[in-house]
Design a protein. Structure first.
Lengths: 81, 229
């Protein structure tokens, strides 16, 4: 089973990288960019019987730092991934 | 009294030798060198140091994977027993990621690597690492990091200040850290994480403006505290 974990900075946590990219986009002449936030997409191939609890434990213990980051988990059925 | 110190080396540590030399200078005994993959620490340890560097290439987040290495379970247990633990730079990041210290070290606010000597105000003088200093005193210690921007939520920061757990504050803009925090103590004061490198400020150089021995006093404080205990 393929899963995707999207790790993003929590709202309100300053994202210097996003701000720098925002600044560059404006410098390139792109108007109307209100905000830029940069996250991390982690793709994993796990056995089909991997529980939601196990995946959450992976996120809580390593993949995300919940002091500053939120995460969401998306599962893909094997045939559509 | 020769103290038993250990320096932990992770894959990508690069200040471990400097840390070992600094410890030998103040304790008179070469510290044991411990590999991250070891499950146990040497017996009868008096002091543990987590050095600077770029463990696991800073992949995922700085210190994240080192914090889950086998030796860290033993370090956490030793810290719970009250063995003093000092984490410098990447070592600080590892201590935060292992939850021995609160908060997290994010990318520097200006996105740039910062490598220079900065002023540090002594904020705490009751821990084994800082009791050789005077409150409010300013020392100068080098920093060299890309991810030193200390972040914690306001409630955590308020608690750290109320409990006198901020060890050092930058006296000048450095990396965007919340409330200029450069070093943080555990609730029992036995674990210190700091971004500046005291092991790089061990002696005064002949040339004015080079070197400095302010970092040495952090190690001397610990040794004197341990000997007195």
């Amino acid at each position: 089973m393929k899963i995707q974990i999207l790790v993003r900075l929590k709202p309100g946590v300053l994202d210097p990288q996003g701000r720098a990219v925002h600044h560059s986009l404006e410098g390139m002449g792109f108007d109307g960019v209100e905000d830029v936030r940069i996250g991390r997409l982690i793709e994993m191939d796990v056995s089909d019987d991997t529980s939601e609890e196990t995946i959450k434990a992976m996120c809580d213990k390593l993949l995300a730092n919940t002091v500053i980051e939120d995460y969401s988990i998306k599962r893909f059925a094997a045939e559509t991934a | 009294m020769a103290l038993n110190a250990a320096v932990i080396t992770f894959p990508g540590s690069n200040c471990d030798r400097d840390m070992a030399v600094a410890l030998e200078t103040v304790t008179g005994k070469a510290p044991m060198r411990v590999w991250h993959g070891d499950a146990d620490l040497p017996a009868n340890l008096d002091f543990i140091a987590l050095p600077g560097g770029f463990s696991y290439g800073d992949y995922l987040r700085a210190g994240a994977m080192a914090a889950k290495s086998p030796i860290m379970s033993a370090v956490i247990k030793a810290a719970e027993r009250g063995v003093p633990v000092l984490g410098v730079c990447n070592g600080f990041q590892v201590l935060c990621e292992s939850e021995l210290l609160p908060g997290v070290l994010m990318r520097n606010a200006n996105q740039r690597f910062v490598c220079r000597t900065v002023g540090l105000e002594i904020a705490n003088t009751s821990s084994p690492f800082t009791n050789g200093f005077t409150k409010g005193e300013v020392i100068r210690v080098p920093v060299a990091h890309h991810d030193g921007n200390y972040f914690a939520d306001d409630a955590t920061l308020d608690a750290l200040e109320a409990e006198d757990r901020v060890a050092f504050r930058y006296t000048e803009p450095c990396n965007g850290s919340q409330r200029d925090i450069a070093g943080v103590l555990s609730s029992n004061g036995r674990v210190l994480g700091m971004m500046p490198h005291p092991e790089r400020a061990m002696e005064n150089a002949a040339h004015p403006g080079l070197g400095g021995a302010d970092g040495r006093r952090v190690f001397e404080s610990v040794v004197e505290s341990l000997v007195a205990a």
